[in-house]
Write a protein that binds this ligand. Structure first.
Ligand SMILES: NC(=O)c1ccc[n+]([C@@H]2O[C@H](COP(=O)([O-])OP(=O)(O)OC[C@H]3O[C@@H](n4cnc5c(N)ncnc54)[C@H](O)[C@@H]3O)[C@@H](O)[C@H]2O)c1
Length: 256
């Protein structure tokens, strides 16, 4: 049986790598997906793709840095679909910089888009989930929230805080039958990484090094992360809450 049959799912950053794959996977598993992004052309295309293959999807523009956009996204979902069963807080940006190097402006931007966005999504969706008797939230974290890699202070701080916020919220809302988990990928083949290696000094050598750091000997694919998101969102994960699940090809366990 479809893992998300009759569920109503909302996802942010749905036009890019992992968000795109998760959107398609949730729709394939029977969910009605309200997908959002800044990239309206790609978002509408994904909406059409899902509808053309017999699935249910609605695209809405939503900037995760705007509380009113996220409120409107959640309200649209509840008005259009009657409820909100699943929220995937996926959108994020990657701006490098050590503590000494990064400007306050860039620090605040990363924290706002990567961390405060997760609070925004939960803040807007949880009251509806409480009223309707439950729900499941999946927050996109990273291996960078678990161990330190050189040069990513704000990104790592945001992801580490997402792990703490996920646990905290899971404790607060378990009594309302709301499960809240986080997913911590290693390196995944998406545009985010294409940009990072393109901008690096010796991108190809850096990429080879990071591939070797994953004991799987490769980077992951967005569809592999999408499978975990679907599982956590589904009733098959009914006894899992407050968890941060690594999906990193052994990056974090590699002693080297
Ligand atoms: N790719 C990786 O290696 C990797 C590893 C660990 C964690 N992650 C996390 O997975 C998630 C998805 O990453 P990805 O690699 O698919 O990224 P991506 O850059 O390929 O796609 C991100 C999507 O988010 C959208 N977006 C960016 N800023 C936004 C905003 N302010 N409001 C709404 N949408 C916005 C973009 O338009 C894009 O469609 C992120 O939370 C990222 O931190 C990625």
């Amino acid at each position: 049986m479809a893992q998300l049959k009759d569920k109503i799912a909302v996802i942010t950053g749905a036009a890019g790598g992992i968000g795109h794959a998760a959107t398609l996977a949730m729709a394939r598993e029977g969910a009605t997906v309200v997908l959002s992004d800044l990239n309206d052309d790609a978002g509408h295309q994904i909406e059409q793709e899902i509808r053309a293959s017999g699935g249910q999807a609605f695209y809405r523009h939503a900037n995760v840095a705007s509380t009113s956009d996220i409120e409107a996204l959640v309200n649209f979902t509840v008005e259009q679909c009657g409820r909100i069963d699943v929220l995937v807080n996926n959108a994020a940006i990657a701006i490098p910089g050590t503590v000494a190097d990064i400007t306050e402006e860039k620090w605040n931007k990363v924290l706002d888009i990567n961390l405060t966005s997760v609070w925004r999504g939960m803040h807007c969706a949880i009251p509806h989930m409480m009223r309707q008797g439950g729900g499941s939230i999946v927050n996109m974290s990273s291996a960078q929230g678990l161990v330190g890699f050189s040069g990513w202070s704000a990104y790592a701080a945001a992801k580490g805080a997402i792990n703490a916020l996920t646990r905290q919220a899971a404790v607060d809302y378990s009594k309302y039958n709301i499960r809240i988990n986080a997913v911590a990928p290693g390196t995944i083949n998406t545009a985010m990484n294409v940009r990072i290696y393109a901008e690096a000094e010796d991108g190809e050598a850096l990429k080879r090094y990071w591939v070797s750091r994953h004991v799987a000997g490769r980077f992951g694919e967005p569809e592999e992360v999408a499978g975990l998101i679907v599982f956590l969102a589904s009733d098959a994960a009914s006894f899992i809450t407050g968890e941060v699940i690594r999906i990193d090809g052994g990056l974090v366990i590699n002693g080297g």
